[in-house]
Design a protein around this ligand. Structure first.
Ligand code: SAH
Length: 237
């Protein structure tokens, strides 16, 4: 495990290696009872879930805000914990909030958090559309991250309301990202945010390119966003 992370210039400690090992075992074990992932083979999980999720840590974007402030990160639609749980293991100083609308996945992540003795993880079961209108969540995060949850115009409405002014929404995307950006022009405008940077990476020589889109929030979000569930998908911005 250490060698694979090192191949991507990420050094992990013995404790972190043990935590990833345990996380892998729990993922495979729970996956027999509840649907968590289609990938279960050891190396594939490490590359496609762990290393892929970890790419934010390699990025050159530094965190907004004062250095001594706690960095707060929200993973929206975390599923089995990607990328959020991986970031929590790698960065014990960051406070990570994981949200998902499926109760069983949050139950799994609760168990993982306890087994790995992670003290920087908070878990919430529910929808982006509801938490996004809750003052305890709105505008509270330096970074919001999300992988494989929705098309960008929908995802922006889910995620931008949670971001602090000048903070970033980081979207993990595949090769269609340019088209999704074109389709999101109105959403960028309505939600007052801008694409600042795109970082590219590959998991291996054989794999397709992957992208991290860094979208910065300019101003507080208009209170009408996010709209109600259903509305966002039916009439995306
Ligand atoms: N991010 C994970 C999971 C992707 S599957 C990964 O990359 O592996 C998408 C997840 O998003 C599902 O677990 C689903 O329950 C959750 N989800 C979809 N729409 C949501 C919403 N509006 N609010 C909260 N969670 C949502």
């Amino acid at each position: 495990m250490k060698e694979i992370f090192a191949a991507r210039q990420i050094e992990i400690s013995d404790r972190q290696e043990q935590q990833f090992q345990k996380y892998y075992e729990l993922l495979v074990e729970w996956n027999r009872k509840i649907n968590l992932t289609a990938i279960t083979e050891y190396e594939e999980v490490i590359w496609k879930h762990f290393i892929d999720s970890a790419f934010l840590v390699c990025s050159s974007i530094t965190t907004p805000g004062k250095k001594d402030d706690t960095i707060r990160i929200l993973d929206l639609g975390t599923g089995a914990g990607f990328p959020g749980m991986v970031l929590a293991i790698l960065c014990p100083d960051w406070q990570i909030t994981l949200v998902d609308s499926l109760r069983k996945r949050i139950d799994f992540l609760q168990f993982v958090t306890e087994e790995l003795q992670l003290e920087n993880v908070r878990l919430f079961h529910g929808r982006a559309e509801d938490y996004g209108q809750d003052e305890k969540f709105r505008g509270q995060f330096n970074f919001v991250v999300s992988r494989a949850v929705a098309e960008l115009p929908i995802l922006l409405e889910y995620c931008i309301p949670f971001v602090k002014e000048k903070g970033y929404f980081v979207s993990y995307k595949g090769k269609r990202y340019e088209e999704e950006i074109q389709d999101s022009r109105n959403a960028f405008d309505k939600l007052d945010c801008e694409l600042r940077r795109v970082e590219t990476y590959t998991l291996s020589d054989k794999e397709e390119k992957r992208y991290l889109l860094f979208i910065q929030k300019n101003h507080p979000t208009d209170e009408k966003y996010p709209r109600k569930p259903g509305k966002i998908k039916k009439q995306s911005l």
